[in-house]
Design a protein around this ligand. Structure first.
Ligand code: SF4
Ligand code: SF4
Length: 353
């Protein structure tokens, strides 16, 4: 055997060993995660914030939904959902912490899932759902983007709480605050991950139309000064994320492979003639449903129907697309390794210990 072929053989052995290790990691993690049968629930149409470009209060008049159901109605509803086979609840709002009895009803019936909250109101510790706290910046900036909000209340509420993960939504104007937020999360013993601002059709329309007036959710943006990420913003964000990943390795829960995919400035979806994503892993199906605050099935494209698909980079829904799409082409061990890395990040964010 020549020296060159010995080297090739050695590399093949390494590759096979590496592949085996990756597969073992994947099997271990899938066993831990189990079968996830999810659906999405909007528990209320009220919120205690007014975020610029809010993805809930936009477009289709959700604030007009009648919210007249009693706690017992919700208990029965979630019991029916559990019977339907749902074993993972994605709990949203507007702001679900404003209706704690409904969260408890979901927890008692379904027993696995995640609550998306702004963290201002503490969710009772008996609720074992993961709790994702959205933060848009440090104290000062957080206030201007989100109305009255100071993220300090959320940090204090959930310090050291093993259910909680802080999700910082990055936009064109808060990239310089990534380090401050990472430092604060490490101080308060809270993991930190990232999402990207994903504009609604309404936000884009208002930006592009000089004639549309201001609203509670469109106070500070203009066509020349807004929250949309440019190619350069994605580059700056990436560099800041890499920096905090090395400075606060115990705090940051994120995958750079996922980030590389998600931060493509052209978007990550193939769109149909109406601008709806054809290859999104988060489209509603017969089983994967989205319920409004009226406990009625929402007929929209996904659980975030107001977001513009071309610009959609909201983390929770993007993981679904990345993981289903990448899983179809595991031809190279580096791709497989990255895919398993992202599964592990997903599990740390969404699965309770
Ligand atoms: S984006 Fe802001 S205003 Fe809209 S529902 Fe969430 S916390 Fe409330
Ligand atoms: S999750 Fe995003 S990409 Fe998918 S359908 Fe909804 S808005 Fe479009």
């Amino acid at each position: 055997m020549t020296k060159a072929s010995r080297v090739v053989n050695h590399m093949n052995t390494l590759t096979v060993d590496n592949m085996k290790r990756t597969l073992q990691r994947y099997k271990f993690m899938r066993k831990k995660i189990g079968r996830v049968a999810g659906s999405n629930y909007d528990l209320t149409n009220k919120c205690n914030l007014t975020c610029e470009g809010c993805l809930y209060f936009s477009g289709d008049g959700v604030e007009n939904y009648q919210d007249v159901s009693t706690c017992s109605d919700w208990e029965q509803f979630f019991q029916r959902e559990a019977k339907r086979g749902v074993n993972f609840a994605y709990i949203a709002g507007a702001e679900p912490s404003l209706v704690p009895d409904r969260i408890i009803a979901a927890w008692q019936a379904i027993g696995n899932g995640v609550v998306f909250t702004n963290g201002i109101r503490y969710i009772d510790h008996d609720v074992g759902f993961k709790i994702h706290i959205s933060v848009w910046g440090d104290v000062e900036q957080g206030q201007s983007y989100r109305g009255i909000h100071s993220p300090m209340k959320a940090f204090v509420n959930y310090a050291g709480d093993d259910r909680a993960v802080v999700i910082m939504t990055l936009n064109a104007q808060n990239i310089s605050e990534i380090r401050n937020v990472a430092y604060r999360c490490s101080e308060y013993d809270l993991p930190l991950s990232f999402s990207y601002f994903s504009p609604t059709d309404d936000y884009l329309y208002r930006l592009n139309s000089g004639s549309v007036g201001r609203s509670e959710y469109f106070r500070i943006s203009s066509s020349s000064n807004n929250l949309l990420m440019s190619q350069d913003d994605f580059r700056r964000a990436r560099s800041a994320i890499e920096q905090v990943m090395s400075e606060f390795p115990e705090t940051i829960v994120y995958s750079l492979a996922f980030d590389s995919w998600l931060s493509n400035p052209d978007g990550v979806y193939v769109l149909d003639e109406h601008g709806t994503a054809l290859n999104c892993g988060n489209r509603l199906t017969h089983d994967f449903k989205h319920f409004s605050v009226m406990m009625e099935e929402h007929p929209g494209k996904c659980c975030l129907p107001n977001i513009n698909c071309k610009e959609c980079r909201a983390y929770a829904v993007s993981y679904a697309s990345f993981l289903t799409r990448r899983g179809k082409k595991l031809h190279a061990d580096t791709v497989m390794e990255q895919w398993v890395d992202v599964w592990e990040v997903w599990a740390r964010l969404f699965i309770s210990e």
